[in-house]
Design a protein around this ligand. Sequence first.
Ligand code: SAM
Ligand code: SF4
Length: 266
Amino acid sequence: MYDRFNRDISYLRISVTDRCNLRCRYCMPEEGISRMAHDDILSFEEMVDVVKRGVARGIKKVRLTGGEPLVRKGIVELVRMIREIDGVEELNMTTNGILLDKYAKDLKAAGLDRINISLDTMNAKRYKYITRGGNIQDVLKGIDAAINAGLSPVKLNCVVRNHSDEPDAKAVKEFAASKGLKVRFIHQMDLETGHFSIVEGGEGGNCKTCNRLRLTADGNIKPCLFSDKAYDVKDLGVEEAYNKAITNKPEEGSKNQSNQFYNIGG
Ligand code: SAM
Ligand code: SF4
């Protein structure tokens, strides 16, 4: 499906939950998170319906994100259900990796293709600080589990403050090289002020070539990360929510004062 600016929209990112087992400083407030009401969260069947109707319109690639996708109960089953949809050419996930040691094999068996694992530092103390309590050993075990399970490629997502030469980022780059993995360096963004830039080693952040739509866990199709626009599949119906999201996809991002990273998925 093409939008008004001739961009071929073929990529759907689904935030399967707004819950997370970490509290990264740049993503989530420590307390006072406004959680989505349980009744508003889409069921797997509803998510599958959104994907199927998207595929009929030209969606080819799906990524599961969050919050933390691996804290959603039954996530392996959701992977299997989406994998079974004809026309989904690529099914990927972005995770913090904390629970990946437990799930990597099952995710692969259920049909997950690629995985991105977030890792901003190699220093255990800094990791704990940045994530407000995470244990880096869990992520490192998760990365090995993903490699051993045959998920391919495994990529690392590394959020940088200024540039990819800062010490934490350099250490992640060296670690990645030692494992034969690629790294995407994501400059820390601010939804509220509209501060964003192109992802190094990835596709995000370039409005001219943006081919994405996002589905939030509570059923809003969002045409742009840096926009308040949102179209609720429960109120409008899935087809109309797609129509509106496509018609209203902005030429470029501005600000988003309605979401934070943890409830839109990055
Ligand atoms: N919990 C999973 C994880 O951390 O990978 C998936 C959701 S998280 C919101 C998706 C990606 O967004 C992560 O790679 C994370 O580092 C990134 N992210 C979160 N807040 C960000 C910010 N303020 N600027 C840039 N990237 C951010
Ligand atoms: Fe959770 Fe991912 Fe946000 Fe960190 S970046 S708080 S792991 S959703």
